[in-house]
Every structure is written in structure tokens, then in C-alpha cells.
Design a protein around this ligand. Structure first.
Ligand code: NAP
Length: 304
């Protein structure tokens, strides 16, 4: 039995692994892919992580992973599908049936991409529809593409794609962007990006591959077709808390309810990073959560 099992190997989970190992805990990190790093590895450029301006997201994710590895964290690849609490012993069941046990758990599985649910979204997934510009953008060199959304991710994606796509249409449902002002300035300086305001995506259409999108301007109540070969959907994230929600309290949107101390309503089970209720989901806040969750876990373990 481990002292601590950390589910998730993004910034929160890996930071928890570093702090946990430094506290002398015997710990296991469950990661879904052998690369770890979480969402950050799909980010082209990270410009707001203290001390490392402009670092490539994949490189930063690998640095996090290597740091935890260097501290002696043990990793296991798998997807947690169930957790259970037997007081002093918490168990984690993986999709392949493997079961691990520990005295405390840190849930740090992050969040996943939200879908729009429009016609064509599922049909053309992988045939022009993508949720990751840095993963799939290179397939659309010199082509016209659309990005849907108005947050940091959508704007970053549009800037990134503008570097090699012919034209980028950023489709946003309101008349102002949610993204950070610094990103907006970079976006508005891109000559081949058209921001299509007040518009929602109605459908993605084509034959074998995406050929066009249909959008609707909500203010003018007008429909428009835009020929594009790629559609990048960046309308936010939601938590993957299916495996936990029977045991641990979630809010109405599925985020695990926990404060800055990362304590959930179950003693010995902690939530760190994007997966928990919080205002600001950033790499730096996830890394900070990893440390706070271990401090709470250590306190819990020391009282036993
Ligand atoms: P987000 O900030 O929640 O933005 C989602 C965007 O999608 C919003 O503009 C929203 O429109 C739009 N949207 C949501 N549902 C929609 C729908 N059904 N139809 C049309 N549009 C819809 O999500 P995100 O951009 O994925 O970012 C997630 C978190 O990561 C945020 O906290 C963000 O700050 C952080 N992040 C930070 C950085 C960075 O600092 N460099 C980079 C990436 C991500 P409304 O604006 O109208 O709500």
C-alpha cells in the first residue's frame, strides 16, 4: 500500500509528485499517456509561466515530468475508472481492472474539451474537426480554417494557425473576447485572421472531409457559409469526474468541490488543479495546487 496515489500527470499531479517525494512519501502517479504533462503539452507557446517566457508547451510539460521522475516518483499508465474509500485505505481501480491502494489520494485529472454538439462535429472529427490546433494544425498548411470560441485557447489557436494557414476565421458568439488582452493584441495584428463576431456555429458540412461551415449572426439574424477545410473547436473544458462523483462532492457542473487547501468532503482525498472548483485555471495555479494538496495530505497522514 502506498502512502499516496496521485491520479493525473499534468502540472498539478506532477507538482504534487515532486512535493510528495521531497516529503518522503511513497507515492504512485497514474498517468493516461507515457508522456504526462497534461494539457500543457498541446500548447504551442506558454508566455505567462514565471521565469520561462515563451517556452514551448510540450517542452514545459516534459520538464515537469522529468522533474517528478528525478525525485523518484513511480508512474503507472492507466485510466482510473473508480475510487473507493475504506477509511484508512483508499483504492483506485483502472480500466484494465488493476487495483492500487494508498492511505491518501490526490485527484489531479484536469479537464477535457467541451463539444458543441452541432451537426457534423462528430462525423468530421479527425476529418477536419479538431480540438487541438498544435496537434493537428500542420495538416492545414495554406488552407482556410475556422476556430470556434473567444477564450485564451481559441485566440492562441487562431494566432498559431495564422502562421501557416491561408485564412483563419475566428467565430465568436459575442462582440468581445474573453481572452487576455495581450493575446487579443497579438490576434488583431494578424493580417490573415478575420474575427466573426456575434456568431454561432450551426453546422459543419462536407463530403469525406470538411468543406464548409454554416454560421448565424445572432444580432443580424443572418446566416453565412464559410468555405474551410479545418474547424478547431475551443469552447472551454469540463472535468472528467465520472469516476469520482459517487464518492466525492461535485458542483452542478461536475467540478470537484475543494478550496485552496485542496480538501474534498472525504477525509484523505484531495483535489488539485483544473479538476477542482476554482476561479483561475492556469498552469501556475495547478502547480500551486499540487504543493497545497501534498501539504494537506501530509497533515492528514501524520494524524494517523
Ligand atoms: P474559456 O476561457 O472558458 O473560454 C471558452 C470560450 O468558448 C468563451 O469565449 C466562450 O464564450 C466560448 N463558448 C463556450 N461555450 C460555447 C458555445 N456553446 N458556443 C460558442 N462559444 C462557446 O476556455 P478556454 O479558452 O479553453 O480556457 C480554459 C482555461 O485555461 C481558462 O481559465 C484560460 O484562462 C486558461 N488558459 C490560459 C492560457 C494562458 O494564460 N496562456 C492559455 C490557455 C488556457 P463566452 O466568452 O461568450 O462565454
Amino acid at each position: 500500500m502506498y502512502d499516496l496515489i496521485i491520479i493525473g500527470a499534468g502540472p498539478a499531479g506532477l507538482s504534487a509528485a515532486v512535493y510528495g517525494r521531497r516529503a518522503g512519501l511513497d507515492l504512485l502517479v497514474i498517468e493516461q499517456t507515457p508522456m504526462g504533462g497534461g494539457q500543457v503539452i498541446n500548447t504551442y507557446e506558454v508566455d505567462n509561466y514565471l521565469g520561462l517566457p515563451g517556452i514551448n508547451g510540450f517542452e514545459l510539460g516534459q520538464k515537469f515530468r522529468q522533474h517528478a521522475d528525478g525525485q523518484g516518483a513511480v508512474f503507472h499508465i492507466g485510466k482510473a475508472v473508480k475510487i473507493s474509500d475504506d477509511g484508512e485505505k483508499k483504492s483506485v481501480t483502472l480500466a484494465d481492472g488493476t487495483v492500487f491502494a494508498a492511505r491518501a489520494l490526490i485527484l489531479a485529472g484536469g479537464a477535457e474539451h467541451t463539444k458543441l454538439g452541432v451537426p457534423g462535429e462528430d462525423t468530421f472529427r479527425g476529418q477536419g474537426v479538431s480540438y487541438c490546433a498544435t496537434c493537428d494544425g500542420a495538416f492545414f498548411k495554406k488552407r482556410d480554417v475556422a476556430v470556434i470560441g473567444g477564450g485564451d485557447v481559441a485566440v492562441e489557436d487562431a494566432i498559431y494557425l495564422s502562421r501557416f494557414c491561408r485564412n483563419v476565421f475566428l467565430i465568436h458568439r459575442r462582440d468581445s473576447l474573453r481572452a487576455a488582452k495581450s493575446l487579443q493584441e497579438k490576434l488583431f495584428a494578424c493580417e490573415n485572421v478575420e474575427v466573426v463576431w456575434d456568431s454561432v456555429l450551426l453546422a459543419i458540412e462536407g463530403g469525406d472531409l470538411v468543406e464548409k461551415i454554416r454560421i448565424r449572426n445572432q444580432k443580424e439574424e443572418a446566416e453565412r457559409e464559410i468555405p474551410v477545410e479545418g474547424v478547431f473547436i475551443a469552447v472551454g473544458m469540463h472535468p472528467d469526474t465520472e469516476a469520482y462523483k459517487e464518492l466525492v462532492a461535485c458542483d452542478e457542473n461536475g467540478w470537484l468541490i475543494a478550496g485552496e487547501d485542496c480538501k474534498t468532503d472525504v477525509p484523505g482525498i484531495f483535489a488539485a488543479g483544473d479538476i477542482r472548483t476554482k476561479r483561475l485555471r492556469q498552469i501556475v495555479t495547478a502547480v500551486s495546487d499540487g504543493a497545497c494538496a501534498v501539504a494537506s495530505a501530509e497533515q492528514y497522514l501524520s494524524l494517523r
